[in-house]
Design a protein around this ligand. Structure first.
Ligand SMILES: Cc1ncc(COP(=O)(O)O)c(C=O)c1O
Length: 420
């Protein structure tokens, strides 16, 4: 029996399977594949003992098991207090903005990003994004009918301030500036570029926006802020940068990458009460509160030091894994074949730039050969707003163990040699 056609809403019509599912489907269909694609964390090192001990302690405390009860839309007060305090400590800055009342706990920071977009943008509105940017977020924008406009980069692949000025002038001339509803910046060990933004660069962006008359919400994503290898990057969040004082500010963070992905907990901090309250209202419609149990575990892990111990372990393991993959690619002489990348100081990725003209996208021969050779990566074109280069590749070293990282690196190098 054929199913009757349904007149879907615009969101229903625009909904497409996430591209990462397509990439992962390839991995599932090819069991021999080694995947450098999804940004999964280090399975072997997940905090099993800490989570078990905290669960047992909660269950045997003799107190009513409120952690198994519904929580609130904003989330557990104790964890919200930790979130505001940790960001204030990271920034080495104190202001009323770092307040638990300004924090909303969410089902991963992905939900917080979605909520922000739902309350800020209508279909046809514009969000300024870096080039490249977090590709799942770009898909989220597409799914809501929001146009992502990429900020130009300079010859060093860094955010180009002059390019941003010209872009905004051009948009103004075309009457597009009124549709610009925010700017999304990833300031630490960015997914995928692995770069960090200095305070100077961020302040420059603030001045450019102000000069263009765009006092728009600043959305700063700090997903990898604490996942540095040796030292934190010497910068602060936008909350501690004076140039942003007159802008509505939102900071997004997550406990998934730094502690346990499966607990799927993240947060937003916002210094604009109306914006946060609208996001909370819509969150109330989504779920009237994310997992109280996950939040309780994370709250106790932070309180008892397990969270910081896990971060410390993660930093060491990710640095080792990154070194293994980096070294393999160097030994396979990728640079001599016109490939380049910046060795990161944190995060989960290597961002490789191939020779001009190479096409690493999913429907190209390079991707097909990579699958044949048994290695999977994220095609870089997915990480750009439309009008994109196709010669970039994102590799994630989070999940695979060292031996497999070497094998995967060698397989990729073999494909690269076929296209050299
Ligand atoms: C830059 C960035 N932001 C946000 C997220 C969302 O993370 P989560 O929803 O697991 O907190 C991710 C996940 O990969 C990410 O890379």
């Amino acid at each position: 029996m054929s199913s009757p056609s349904i007149p879907f809403s615009r969101i229903g019509q625009w909904a497409e399977p996430p591209v990462i599912s397509e990439v992962m489907k390839v991995a599932l269909e090819n069991k021999h594949l080694l995947s450098l694609a999804a940004g999964f964390t280090d399975t072997e090192a997940l905090p099993v003992k800490a989570v078990r001990d905290i669960s047992v302690a909660l269950a045997t405390s003799g107190k009513p098991p409120q952690y198994l009860q519904y929580g609130t839309t904003l989330g557990r007060p104790g964890l919200r207090k930790f979130v505001s305090k940790r960001l204030s400590q990271f920034d080495q800055h104190q202001s009323p903005d770092y307040h638990p009342d300004h924090v909303m706990l969410t089902n991963g920071s992905q939900q917080a990003l979605y909520l922000a977009m739902q309350v800020l943008c209508d279909p046809g509105d514009i969000l300024l994004v870096e080039s490249p940017s977090y590709f799942v977020f770009l898909e989220l924008l597409k799914g809501l009918g929001i146009e992502a406009v990429g900020i130009p980069i300079n010859e060093d692949d860094e955010l180009d301030s002059k390019g941003l000025i010209s872009l905004l002038e051009d948009m103004k001339a075309k009457g597009m500036d009124k549709r610009v509803k925010g700017i999304y910046l990833e300031s630490w060990f960015s997914n995928p570029s692995t770069r960090c933004l200095t305070n100077e660069k961020k302040a420059e962006v603030a001045h450019i926006l102000r000069d263009a008359g765009l006092m728009i919400p600043i959305l700063e994503d700090g997903a990898y802020q604490e996942l540095y290898f040796e030292e934190p990057f010497p910068s602060t969040s936008v909350f501690a940068i004076d140039a942003f004082d007159a802008f509505p500010r939102l900071f997004f963070g997550t406990f998934t990458k730094s502690f346990a992905t499966g607990l799927k907990a993240g947060f937003a901090i916002c210094d604009h009460p109306e914006l946060l309250s609208k996001m909370a209202s819509v969150k109330g419609h989504h779920d009237f509160g994310s997992s109280n149990y996950s939040q309780a575990i994370i709250e106790h892990a932070i309180e008892q030091g397990d969270y910081d111990a896990q971060l410390k372990r993660g930093r060491k393991r990710y640095q080792l894994k990154m070194e293994v993959l980096h070294r393999t690619l160097v030994e396979e002489e990728l640079q001599k074949m016109g490939w380049s990348w910046q060795k990161p100081d944190g995060g989960l990725y290597l961002w490789l730039k191939g020779p001009e003209g190479l096409d690493t996208s999913m429907d190209g021969a390079f991707f097909e050969n990579a699958v044949k050779e048994g290695v999977l990566y994220v095609p870089g074109n997915l990480c750009f707003a439309p009008g994109v280069p196709k010669n970039y590749t994102r590799l994630s070293y989070g999940v695979l163990e060292a031996d497999d990282l070497v094998k995967a690196g060698k397989r990729l190098a073999k494909v690269i040699r076929q296209f050299n």
